[in-house]
Design a protein around this ligand. Structure first.
Ligand SMILES: Cc1cc2nc3c(=O)[nH]c(=O)nc-3n(C[C@H](O)[C@H](O)[C@H](O)COP(=O)(O)O)c2cc1C
Length: 188
């Protein structure tokens, strides 16, 4: 089973990328096939704008599309901006549709405040439904993201590790069940 993490924080000085790189590390330790798609490395112009029809955009869209297609399950990581998820993430999602169809998607949101990106996460779950994908009911929310990880992406509070573990267990159970079903295997 292949999992892709889609990281929607693209600004210079971003903090929530730490959550994505931390989860990548944890999943690798669990021997999960993981592909981290960091949208800061693959900028896309506004969907539908004249620039979006250029050859370099088409190549980026095709490259990301191939990686999304190969994934059986997704984790979307977003910062909270103005009470919602990042515009860069929404813009990228708008380029795709079938790549997400009937696939499980876990949501991770972060904010510098105490609310931990709850609005971003809940709104993103609605968008996941519109993509024809299955949002995982559990979310992983991180408050005070600026202090949550060090530069090696190690959590600075034990409860982050514990909550991440619970979220990943749920995610892998859900994703694994769907994967088995699609392969015609008996689901426990
Ligand atoms: C444009 C913008 C809007 C923001 N709006 C919110 C918000 O509505 N609620 C919140 O808790 N934090 C808000 N923040 C703070 C972010 O949560 C904070 O920057 C955090 O580090 C996550 O974003 P980052 O990955 O870009 O650093 C906002 C930050 C920016 C840049």
């Amino acid at each position: 089973m292949n999992t892709a993490i889609l990281l929607g924080a693209v600004r210079q000085g971003r903090q929530s990328h730490r959550a994505a790189y931390y989860l990548e590390k944890r999943l690798k330790q669990q021997r999960v096939n993981i592909d981290l798609i960091d949208l800061a490395k693959h900028p896309l112009p506004v969907f539908g704008s004249p620039e979006s029809d250029g050859s370099s955009t088409r190549k980026t869209v095709a490259d990301i599309g191939m990686r999304l297609e190969q994934a059986d399950a997704f984790i979307l990581v977003t910062p909270e901006y103005h009470g919602s998820f990042s515009g860069a993430l929404k813009n990228t999602l708008d380029y795709y549709w079938s790549e997400f169809r009937k696939k499980p998607v876990g949501v991770v949101a972060a904010s510098s405040g105490r609310m931990a990106g709850i609005n971003a996460a809940t709104q993103l779950q609605h968008v996941i439904l519109s993509l024809g994908a299955f949002p995982l009911p559990s979310k992983f929310l991180i408050s005070n993201i600026n202090h949550a990880f060090n530069d090696l992406y190690e959590p600075q509070l034990e409860q982050i590790d514990t909550r991440a573990g619970k979220f990943l267990n749920e995610f892998l159970w859900f994703a694994g069940a769907l994967y088995q079903k699609k392969r015609g295997e008996k689901v426990a």
